[in-house]
Design a binder for this molecule. Structure first.
Ligand SMILES: Cc1cc2nc3c(=O)[nH]c(=O)nc-3n(C[C@H](O)[C@H](O)[C@H](O)COP(=O)(O)OP(=O)(O)OC[C@H]3O[C@@H](n4cnc5c(N)ncnc54)[C@H](O)[C@@H]3O)c2cc1C
Length: 416
């Protein structure tokens, strides 16, 4: 039997962050990973999707490159190369992570691990005694009660990464982050995309005005969408495609359907004394949330649970944090909206769609919603202000560089 200060099951963002943090404190750490280091984030989530999205955006931009003086003839997508490039990026980051864990002094065991009690792990026929155990085993794609994944025509977000060819037509169930990002990818690659959303609005968790703007973005990108509509049944036709029956009575014919309808925590017994962090905790399913939980669990690093940013990648990006307008009582807040098209930089980049919307109360920012190129970066300055209660007026005393999208945040703050 081997003895450790900390045993971690799961090598995703939650698990490896906990390991790094614990090693900084000098603890003896063993981490178990049954599959690939990096978890869903690195192997089947954040990184592969954003790498493919980059190829899609490059293609989209090059379609209009002539207008900007760049002639590109015979433009076409080689999907197998897109996927091979994605694999290369994932492989490289996986190697970097393995090396960082090794350099940190974490003992990594590539084994399926079972937590027996709050101090004991069984893996590969060995018993490990750990003073403390963290379970960070993540989540798995969830199908619908009436529609099950088959890996070929009815696809999960894992399956879609194994596609060999671009579908001509694809139905995407769900318009959350995963559904929206894939809709943008496939439409840029010129597949016919139809998104079916059960809620009354696209991106149901976003501020209402953000959802409305996404409708406009989808229309401009020729992405068809339904709201307040459920996927009720999927029939596989002639082993070559699907018929998707919707709750409004319509039937969509498509090459395949992606179910982007949510994920569920990985199955495991809950044992007293064991800490459950990341997606398995059943809370917000985001890599940066998993990382914050790990930092808090091991290093007691404070973060504000109410200020976890949400980001939807693609062009333009969408990001928000804090309260949404529909959460607030009329007359109880101030609001400022600034259009991105008023910024010089947005015209330089030919990316004029979007807005910065800031909600405040008694001079303090309580919510920020951004649709803009670089929204993922812009949101952070407002989160820093919200978490540290920096008054909006104080922020405007800062010098914002020109020409930048940050000037949109500045102008928006000035009008509060
Ligand atoms: C398509 C997609 C896109 C996404 N994009 C983003 C994004 O842009 N930004 C963002 O913040 N989040 C994104 N996410 C979510 C993000 O990937 C997850 O929130 C994050 O990976 C959760 O980290 P985790 O460490 O909790 O779990 P995971 O990353 O799931 O890692 C858990 C690990 O535990 C291992 N494991 C499970 N059981 C055992 C066992 N018994 N023994 C040993 N090992 C075990 C698994 O193999 C896995 O490697 C995306 C997810 C998907 C599916």
């Amino acid at each position: 039997m081997e003895n450790f200060d900390l045993g971690i099951v799961g090598g995703g963002p939650a698990g490896y962050t906990a390991a790094f943090q614990a090693r900084k404190k000098g603890l003896l750490v063993v981490l178990f990973e049954k599959d690939e280091l990096g978890g869903v984030c690195l192997n089947r989530g954040c990184i592969p999707t954003k790498t493919i999205l980059h190829s899609a955006e490059l293609f989209e931009e090059m379609k209009n490159s002539s207008e900007f003086g760049i002639e590109a003839d015979n433009l076409r997508v080689d999907f197998s190369k897109v996927m091979a490039h994605k694999d290369k990026v994932v492989e490289k980051l996986r190697k970097n992570l393995a090396l960082s864990l090794k350099n940190s002094g974490t003992i990594v065991k590539k084994e399926f691990a079972e937590i027996l009690d709050s101090h004991t792990i069984n893996a590969g026929g060995e018993i490990y005694h750990c003073e403390k155990i963290i379970c960070a085993i993540g989540s798995v794609p969830a199908d619908l009660p009436s529609v099950k994944f088959d890996g070929k025509f009815i696809l999960s977000s894992d399956d879609i990464l194994n596609l060999k060819e671009l579908p001509k037509n694809i139905v995407i169930a769900g318009s959350g982050a995963i559904g929206t990002e894939w809709a943008r990818i496939f439409s840029s690659f010129e597949s016919n995309v139809t998104v079916v959303e059960f809620a009354p609005r696209l991106l149901p968790n976003a501020d209402v005005e953000v959802s409305k703007r996404l409708e406009r973005i989808f229309k401009a990108g020729k992405i068809k969408y339904y709201t307040s509509t459920a996927v009720e049944r999927v029939e596989i036709v002639d082993n070559s495609g699907v018929k998707v029956s919707l709750s409004n009575g319509e039937i969509l014919e498509s090459d395949c359907i992606l179910l982007a309808t949510g994920r569920k925590p990985a199955n495991c017994p809950k044992i007293d004394g064991v800490s459950y962090i990341g997606d398995v905790s059943g809370s917000i399913q985001l890599a940066h949330y998993a990382i914050r939980q790990a930092l808090n669990e091991v290093g007691k690093v404070f973060y504000d649970e109410k200020l976890i940013p949400s980001v939807i990648y693609g062009c333009p990006e969408i990001a928000w944090a804090g309260l949404r307008e529909q959460d607030l009582e009329e007359g109880s807040y101030q609001k400022s909206v600034f259009l991105i098209s008023a910024l010089g930089k947005s015209h330089c980049d030919n990316c004029t769609d979007g807005f910065v919307k800031i909600l405040s109360r008694q001079g303090l920012i309580i919510g920020a919603h951004i649709v803009s190129k670089e929204a993922s970066a812009l949101i952070e300055q407002l989160i820093i202000a919200m978490q540290n209660k920096i008054p909006a007026g104080k922020l405007t005393e800062t010098c914002f560089a020109h020409p930048t999208y940050s000037e949109g945040v500045f102008e928006c703050l000035c009008n509060l």
